[in-house]
Design a protein around this ligand. Structure first.
Ligand SMILES: [Zn+2]
Length: 142
């Protein structure tokens, strides 16, 4: 979680440390790309964007940065069937709506009072700790 921070990088506006993770220049740039690009990019898409700002960065470094950010809970890794992992900086509990006609992946929040037990037959006594919901469909062009 992004909390209180004593210092901040002037170039990126991103703290030097998040959730105990030291934010190197590379990690800051990767994180900034994810904040700017809310389309749930793949590691390769992040890499292509990162090269604009960090011409010497390698794909392996991008993977390492993403892994560190995921492991510290700064971003989430999202896996859709048969696809490369995607990355999401939205830490609020949410599902994903995959627009099949455009390929856009929308974050969809849960409405207040949302309880999965209201519409799913869970095993008796089951306690839900984490929810991953992926919906597929189309968003009409208005
Ligand atoms: Zn998301």
């Amino acid at each position: 979680m992004v909390g209180k921070h004593d210092s901040c990088d002037d170039r990126t506006g991103i703290p030097d440390e998040i959730a105990g993770l030291r934010m190197t220049r590379q990690r800051q740039e990767i994180y900034r790309i994810l904040l700017e690009e809310r389309s749930h990019p793949t590691a390769h898409e992040v890499f292509v964007r990162a090269k604009d700002r960090l011409p010497n960065i390698s794909l392996a470094t991008v993977y390492n940065c993403l892994e560190a950010l995921v492991n510290h809970g700064v971003i989430r890794q999202v896996n859709f069937e048969r696809e490369s992992s995607r990355y999401c900086p939205n830490l609020r509990e949410h599902g994903h709506f995959h627009d099949e006609s455009t390929g856009v992946i929308h974050d969809v929040g849960f409405k207040p009072g949302f309880n999965p037990a209201d519409f799913l037959d869970l095993p008796p006594g089951a306690v839900v700790q984490d929810i991953e919901i992926t919906l597929r469909g189309n968003v009409p062009v208005l």
